[in-house]
Design a protein around this ligand. Structure first.
Ligand SMILES: N[C@@H](CCC(=O)N[C@@H](CS)C(=O)NCC(=O)O)C(=O)O
Length: 217
């Protein structure tokens, strides 16, 4: 059965890979699983029909037969559990890959989201000037720790897994800030993820929603 995911009808980044349907598209592409996309407007996301799928009125969602899921991490894990290649076979390595997924969304992503809130939603507030350096420090702290752990390895724990997919999906949100460039091994890690054919296919299909088939230069 072909799953259907939801994505923004109008994305704030105009399809540059930051909306979280990208993680789901990427996992589906890695798995070689065809999928359909239903685009939703901001107002439709808050309507009861969409909230029945996503209690917080957001994207992405995932529907497959009588299964409806929300939360990009849960969706990506579901895909990884049902297709070969995204999770190691060995039980302990599998558990560690899942730990990296949680680390991505629960340890690394929160300060990155704080930066977006501070800049985009609260940039005009009087406290922003004092707050921004604190938020940037919190991000640098996490990036420094991640950079040390990654060292000169290609991926976080052996072969590429959904742990890397989620971590790279999260780190990509920092590109515009320039912070990633302060950690060359993390910048190279993200570039390795973006170079994967499945990532490129996912990016192209998200981009195509907003720009026909024209890819960014
Ligand atoms: N923790 C959720 C976050 C979902 C989320 O924030 N989605 C954004 C798009 S990337 C959204 O729908 N924003 C619109 C809104 O919240 O109204 C996940 O990982 O799926």
């Amino acid at each position: 059965m072909i799953p259907t995911i939801t994505a923004f009808e109008r994305s704030p980044d105009r399809g540059k890979g930051l909306a979280r349907d990208m993680r789901v598209r990427w996992a589906l592409e890695e798995a070689g699983q065809p999928y359909e996309v239903r685009l939703v407007s901001f107002s439709a996301m808050k309507e009861p029909a969409h909230r029945a799928l996503h209690p917080f009125g957001q994207i992405p969602t995932y529907e497959e037969g009588n299964l409806a899921l929300f939360e990009s991490g849960a969706i990506v894990l579901h895909i990884a559990e049902h297709h070969a290649g995204l999770l190691p076979d060995e039980a302990n390595a599998r558990a560690r890959a899942i730990a990296w997924m949680f680390a991505a969304v629960n340890t690394v992503e929160p300060p990155i989201l704080e930066l977006q809130t501070a800049k985009l939603l609260e940039g005009d507030k009087p406290w922003t000037e004092q707050r921004l350096p604190l938020v940037l420090d919190r991000i640098r702290h996490r990036l420094g720790e991640l950079s040390v752990r990654l060292g000169d390895a290609d991926w976080l724990d052996g072969a590429f897994s959904v742990g890397d997919l989620m971590m790279i999906g999260v780190l990509l949100r920092l590109r515009a800030s320039g912070l990633l460039d302060e950690y060359p091994n993390l910048a190279a890690y993200v570039a390795r993820g973006e170079a994967r054919p499945a990532y490129k296919r996912a990016f192209a299909s998200q981009w195509a929603v907003f720009a026909g088939s024209r890819l960014p230069t």
